[in-house]
Design a protein around this ligand. Sequence first.
Ligand code: ZN
Length: 240
Amino acid sequence: MVSATPLPILKDNYAWLLVDAASGAVGLVDPAEEGPLIAAIEARGGRLDTIFLTHHHADHVAATEVLKGRYGAQVVGAAIDIARLPRLDLAVNEGDRVPFGASHAEVLFVPGHTRGHAAYYFPAGGVLACGDTLFSLGCGRLFEGTAEEMFASLRKLAALPDETLVCCGHEYTESNLRFALSVDPDNPALQRRAEEVRAVRAAGRPTVPSRLGEEKACNPFLRARDAAHFAELRARKDRF
Ligand SMILES: [Zn+2]
């Protein structure tokens, strides 16, 4: 069983602390600021087995070398982007299984935000580390990929079980909520999520992880009919 805890870093990023209960293995997704992440690792006894990288942007990888040097963690990232990622110990492709303690991650190749974006799904625990592909109530910008690629990537993630925990790379939920309400104001599931998001943020807590089933009911980018509709929504959000 894998648990996932968001660790706020930088301005609005989340790294994710993963713990496999059976073995005690500890992982980090997208470590980009060493101070708070070392503090979190030390608070758990100073063990870090695996670093999972979703994509090459600095706000997802910047502390990788320091943490690997300090704890000897294995660094996992997409083979296709090996030249732009920190040095990988394990270069992975779509469908690969990455051992993590007594559990494992399944690799999902999800291009769109970048051309080498990977997501990691841990079936034991239903944890999805999806970086900047899927956000709560939103999705990543298309920096390197096409709308068709991103739409296909989101469809791939949406095929996971509804109870999957969406562990994304940023706390963008409030601004995503404003856009979602502008395109889908009469959606009762979205209205319920809006109340929850406002209460959680007012209390200063993370709005994530969310549940994939809730995203499918509320997130306009997962509700897009087809790639053309998705492209139109993404362009509108870029100007919103
Ligand atoms: Zn990014």
